[in-house]
Design a protein around this ligand. Structure first.
Ligand SMILES: Cc1ncc(COP(=O)(O)O)c(C=O)c1O
Length: 444
């Protein structure tokens, strides 16, 4: 191959990509905002020519599957979070599935989660935090959430526990860290696993340390509305080498071997060991220690992720600034209860949660319809109460799931709460317009 010519073509293509970005995508940053006419999305991807160049570079390399960008991304994410291991997967839901599946591994002995074992969680949730529990035949046990933080009521933890409890798996609601000290103490005291669904909280801190790194396993989503994106994508992270080993196996078909795509015998076990009932020297590449999946992402996704990861700290700061602006603009309205956080928390907010108080003479849907009519996108807090959804209709309370106590605040959030976007692409004039519309509506 003529390497000089190839490099010239490669660099020329990337120069064209930059030009294309400037012509097609960059102008959107400058388009004039027309109140009531321009759409205010609750979220969106924020990118520049770097993401597009990485994507095209990866396309030109045409490795396609797990490769140099995937390795760079995993190392970069682990370094950002300060954890030992991060594994790239194809979505946040896959990350949750993988994290949960890890805890069912026979390699964990008595602590593994088996059918009928219980996992404490909340019903005010995104569905795929809970789905893996049901899919693996574990029993989710639902505690209520606090009205102000939308996170687990930690005083319900002891009531929720039974001799079959093996784990706690919950999200940091809309980026707002749950009471990690209380949950960690509880898990430590009873020898329970803690899985932090960190899909909405990448960059949030609690007690000066990143969320997702306090528990045994943390998960991320890189779907476009999230703190950073690669289109579809996710990650599982941990400090525990055994959990990492299991996660790698289950992510990659359940295999025992850990050689990456396109490499052979980096494990040193290729034809030299005996596994299970297999004949001695059976090729390690095709030895399976788990019933796994293929949850890998492509290297093109990772390429976009590498460029986004560099922007993550600035995205996090912008989310915090946008939250402050909304908070200051709405905090005096008696009709609204605004999102609350713990003093130890420094959230990289995913959204701005608003719950109507008793003083409101209107419903949540009245207000969200008004905002939507003014071209402002709104969102409910995901499932509200997952138990009320059709997917629970065939499940039996007491057998397939348990409810630890009244879910009063969960139901209140389902009925009276919604959230506004504050993603890094949101300009101040849009935030100010949102404030103005809400104030006008409350005054009417
Ligand atoms: C808390 C939480 N967990 C998991 C997910 C699933 O992530 P993904 O859409 O990447 O599957 C989401 C998605 O928004 C989420 O909000």
């Amino acid at each position: 191959m003529d390497e000089i010519k190839a490099k010239e073509l490669h660099d020329g293509i990337l120069a064209k990509v930059r030009e294309y970005y400037e012509l097609v995508h960059a102008p959107q940053r400058e388009s004039a905002f027309l109140p009531g006419e321009s759409r205010i999305n609750y979220a969106g991807r924020v990118f520049d020519a770097e993401e597009m160049c990485n994507l095209v570079d990866s396309g030109l390399e045409f490795w396609l599957t797990y490769g140099k960008y995937s390795r760079e991304f995993e190392a970069g994410l682990a370094a950002y979070l300060g954890v030992r291991f991060a594994l790239l997967v194809n979505s946040g839901s896959s990350a949750n599935l993988l994290a949960f599946a890890v805890l069912t591994s026979p390699l964990l002995g008595e602590r593994r989660i088996k059918r009928g074992d219980e996992v404490i969680t909340v019903a005010c949730a995104f569905p795929t935090t809970i789905a893996p529990m049901v899919q693996y035949g574990a029993v989710p046990v639902f505690a209520d959430v606090e009205a102000g933080t939308a996170n687990i009521c930690t005083d319900m933890l002891e009531t929720a526990r039974s001799p079959r409890t093996k784990a706690v798996m919950i999200a940091h609601s809309l980026g707002n860290p749950f009471n990690i000290h209380a949950v960690r103490d509880f898990c430590g005291k009873h020898g329970l696993w803690l899985v932090e669904d960190n899909c909405d909280a990448l960059g949030s801190k609690y007690g000066g340390k990143f969320t997702g790194t306090w528990g045994d396993l943390g998960t991320s989503s890189f779907y476009p509305p999230h703190h950073m994106t690669m289109g579809e994508g996710g990650a599982v992270y941990t400090n525990d080498p055994l959990l990492r080993k299991i996660a790698l196996s289950i992510r990659d078909w359940g295999r025992d071997c850990w050689c990456t795509s396109g490499t052979d015998n980096t494990c040193g076990c290729r034809f030299t060991k005996k596994f299970g009932q297999l004949p001695p020297g059976y090729d390690h590449k095709y030895v399976y220690s788990h019933f796994g999946y293929n949850l890998k992402a492509t290297d093109m996704q990772a390429a976009v992720g590498c460029a986004q990861l560099k922007k993550l700290p600035s995205f996090v700061e912008k989310r915090k600034a946008n939250f402050r602006l909304l908070y200051d603009g709405l905090k005096d309205l008696p009709e609204l209860r605004l999102f609350e956080k713990y003093p130890e928390s420094d959230p990289a907010w995913f959204g701005f949660l608003i719950t109507l108080t008793d003083r409101a003479k209107f419903t949540r849907n009245d207000l969200t319809k008004y905002l939507e009519d003014h071209r402002i996108q709104t969102r409910n807090l995901f499932a509200g109460n997952i138990l009320k959804h059709p997917c629970f209709e065939t499940l039996e309370e007491g057998k397939d799931y348990r409810v630890a106590g009244p879910l009063t605040n969960t139901d209140s959030i389902m009925n009276n709460a919604f959230w506004l976007g504050l993603y890094p692409g949101m300009e101040n004039e849009k935030l100010e317009y949102m404030i103005q519309c809400i104030r006008e509506f409350c005054k009417k």
